[in-house]
Structures are given as C-alpha cells and as structure tokens.
Design a protein around this ligand. Structure first.
Ligand code: GLC
Length: 454
C-alpha cells in the first residue's frame, strides 16, 4: 500500500513533468513563447521567467532564452518588450510597431519599441547558480556589458529629473496592463474622436466578440475594448515619435514612476553589482551614482498619509492611490527597512487585505476595483507570488514564504497551468499552458523539494 508521503511525491513528480511539457510545447526552435495562440511572440519578462525554470534541467536552453533576447537590444541599450515571431502570418503585429522606424533598432529583428520589468539580472544569476565557477564566470562575462548598457539606458532615457526613479510611458511597460493605478491614467488618456465615438455608441461591447483575444479567453477576463482601444492609441502616439522617450514623456498622459518596475530595478541593480564583483569588473561611475540615488529616493514612493507604497505621477508628483499588489512589491526590492517590510507582511497575511484562500490577489479584496477574474484587477498570478516569496525570504519571513509557495504549487496542481486564478475560489482564468506559470512552479518545487528535480 502506498503511504501519503509516496502519493505526495508522486504528485510533485507529476506536476514537474507536466510543467516541463508545457515549456516544451511552447518552444519554437527552442525559444519559449508565453503560450500558443494568444501569445505567439517572445516577451521580455516571460523569457526571463522561462529561463529561471529551464535552468533546473536544461541550462543551455535557459541561456539561449537570455542570449537570444539580448540580440534584439537597440543601439542605445534599450531592450524591447516583444520580439516578434517572424512567421509571415504575423506581419500585422510587426507592422503595428514597425520598429525599423527607429534608427536605433536592430533592423533585422522586428520588435516593439518599449520595455518591461528588468528581470534579466535575476535570470542571469539564477542560471549562474546552476553552473560551476568557471562556466558561471564566462556566462557573466558574456552578458555583463549588455546588462550595463540596459541599466544605463534606463537612467539616461527614463530618469527625467535625475532622481534615479524610472518613468514608464505605456501601461504595457510595468507588465500589469490593467492594474488600477494605470487604469485611471488610461481613462485620462486623450483619445481621438473615432475611439470616443465607438465607446459612446457602445460599439465596444459588440467589438468584444470580434477581438483576437476572444478566440482564446473570455473577454470578461481581459482588458475591456474601451481600454484596448486606448492602449492602441497610446502606442500610436509613441510610434509617431519613433519611440524616442525624451520626446514622448513631456506630452504623454503616461509618465509614471511605477512601483513594480522600480522595485524590480533596484533588485536588478544589486544583482548587477554582485555579477560585476564576481568577474572583477568595474561598473561605470555614472551608473553607480544613479544606483545609489534610486536606493535613497525610493522612499518617495511611501505615502505617509495612507501608510502605503504607491506609484507616482512623474509630472505632478502625486501618488496614484488606487491600491494594488504593487504596494507590496518593495518587499522584493530589498532596500526598505525591516519595520516597513513588517508592515507589508502584515498586509499580506491580513484576511481583509491580501490574504485570500488562493493568494495573492493582484488587487486587495477590500478595493472597489477588485474583480476576481479580470486580468490584473484581482486574479492571482504565479510570477507575482514568486517575486514576493523571494522578497519574504530575504526579509526573514521564512514560514510565510513556505506557506505561499505551497499554496501556489497546490493552486496550479489542482487547476492547471493557467495564466491567472480567481483568488477566492482558485478557478483558473486566462490562457491555459502558460509558460511562466510552468517555469516558476518548477523553480518553487526545486526550492521546496530539490530531490524531485533532475
Ligand atoms: C500579458 C501580461 C504581460 C505578459 C504578457 C505575455 O499581457 O499582462 O505581463 O508579459 O501577457 O505573457
């Protein structure tokens, strides 16, 4: 007779096997896309998360995700958030962005013209941990200058006030497309008459059924058509300026110092410093000065009135007070004080706030914006759990990190490798067989039960 321990082992072995299958089904010439159908192109932070999962059993393939993404780096150091699938049938997606209009882009590689959370340093280090010392050093040497160029670009182009806080120019850049603080900015976006007309005549409700994403996901689980049209219009405005951030920022509705992006960037900077130290390389002085500024000025994200972290409007300096999971992300940054970290931890375990049966909701359940099945307006996402598990551990909240890891693994085991989950019922939502869900479950299992990974 098999014991409960045996059956737990069998279920862990099984989930890892299934996760590896998802990653291999989503590989095109060994390059991992987020999911078949809805997401046929390679995406920046998705590729980093995929590499983290792959590093446990196919380190070469993990390295390939990073190396080949960096090939698309623009000459100014920018790393675009999408590398388009070259198949002829995707000509329209490539055409919408037409990255070639920027003299800085790599003309042979069609990309977007904006970026996404800088997860590269984390992925590079996770891969490094799977290599022996000399392989690791040569891996770091291969990547180092490109990471330096990317981090330096963020400071030179997206740091308009020189305070070291990075400004984003489109709701796709933070990676949490319709998170409430960005949704409010989207509503203020000045759209052309034809977009206003479509929404005024309520054609957007009809259009819901003809949307590309509606083929794969219920439109009620995505951005609304009203929002999608505005997102598209915001992209047109950026494109008109040939993706030149300095020209775009002064005119844009979106000039936001985003809390998620800046938290991830701070961590990426610390990891870049570690990489430099290991391979005995100096970081440029200007970059070091800026890194220090970001760490000092990060406290500007703290709103004393509400006792919360929020993103800020770069032009007017006001907080975007719509609550979201972003408010907890400073836990991942690693630069906040122990007592602040404790305050965030208290919110994470509070049942009226972020502690749901299937954590972590992307918007606290007490918020009027909370919608349990709609994209970044409430559902739980595995990448966010993964980032916060890592932050919790570094602040010494080991038991809470363990609970969150176990709940994340169980949520996926019981419901499938979906893009996101209803935080109250665990019901899956979005696309199925989503790469970062699979990759990060492999990583979480490897942290909890290394004996089951080969
Ligand atoms: C969605 C997510 C974004 C992700 C992309 C591809 O748009 O909001 O963060 O990178 O899908 O998976």
């Amino acid at each position: 007779m098999s014991s409960p321990k045996d059956s737990q082992a069998a279920s862990i072995i099984d989930i890892v096997k299934q996760a590896k299958n998802v990653l291999s089904q989503n590989s095109l010439d060994d390059l991992v896309i987020p999911a078949q159908g809805l997401y046929p192109h390679r995406v920046l932070w998705d590729s980093c998360f995929a590499a983290i999962g792959l590093s446990h059993y196919d380190v070469k393939k993990a390295q390939l995700q990073i190396n080949s993404f960096l090939e698309a780096q623009w000459s100014n150091g920018m790393i675009p958030h999408i590398i388009f699938n070259p198949q002829p049938k995707y000509w329209w997606d490539r055409h919408i962005w037409r990255s070639k209009i920027s003299p800085l882009s790599k003309h042979a590689i069609a990309t977007s013209g904006i970026t996404q959370p800088p997860m590269f340093a984390e992925a590079v280090v996770r891969i490094g941990e799977r290599l022996n010392e000399s392989q690791r050093n040569s891996w770091y040497e291969q990547i180092f200058s490109r990471l330096v160029a990317y981090h330096s670009w963020l400071y030179s182009e997206r740091n308009p006030e020189g305070r070291g806080l990075i400004t984003l120019i489109h709701p796709w850049e933070p990676g949490l497309d319709n998170t409430p603080p960005w949704l409010v900015s989207l509503r203020h976006h000045h759209a052309p008459w034809w977009i206003n007309m479509i929404t005024w005549l309520k054609f957007d409700k009809v259009a819901d059924h003809f949307r590309f994403d509606a083929r794969y996901v219920d439109p009620s689980e995505r951005s609304t058509t009203y929002e999608a049209l505005r997102l598209y219009d915001a992209l047109r405005k950026i494109r008109r300026n040939k993706y030149d951030s300095k020209k775009i920022m002064p005119k844009s509705t979106f000039a936001i110092e985003d809390i998620v992006f800046n938290s991830i960037f701070i961590r990426a900077n610390s990891l870049l410093k570690e990489i430099a130290a290991i391979i005995n390389q100096e970081l440029p002085e200007e970059l070091l000065k800026n890194i220090a500024l970001t760490e000092t000025n990060f406290k500007e994200f703290w709103d004393k009135e509400d006792d919360k972290y929020y993103s800020r409007n770069q032009k007017y300096g006001n907080f975007l007070k719509e609550d979201s999971i972003g408010s907890l992300m400073p836990l991942y940054s690693g630069v906040i004080s122990e007592s602040r970290a404790k305050q965030l931890y208290e919110r994470l375990i509070n049942k009226d706030d972020f502690n749901t049966p299937y954590p972590l909701p992307s918007v606290p359940i007490s918020s009027p914006w909370f919608k349990p099945m709609r994209y970044w307006q409430g559902p739980s996402w595995i990448n966010i759990n993964w980032l916060l598990i890592d932050g919790l551990k570094r602040y010494g909240f080991i038991e809470e990190a363990r609970i969150l890891s176990n709940k994340s693994i169980a949520m996926v085991r019981d419901n499938g490798f979906y893009e996101y989950f209803n935080p109250q019922s665990g019901e899956p939502a979005g696309v199925v067989n989503f790469s970062w869900t699979a990759a990060l479950i492999i990583d979480l299992v490897s942290q909890m039960h290394p004996e089951f990974i080969d």
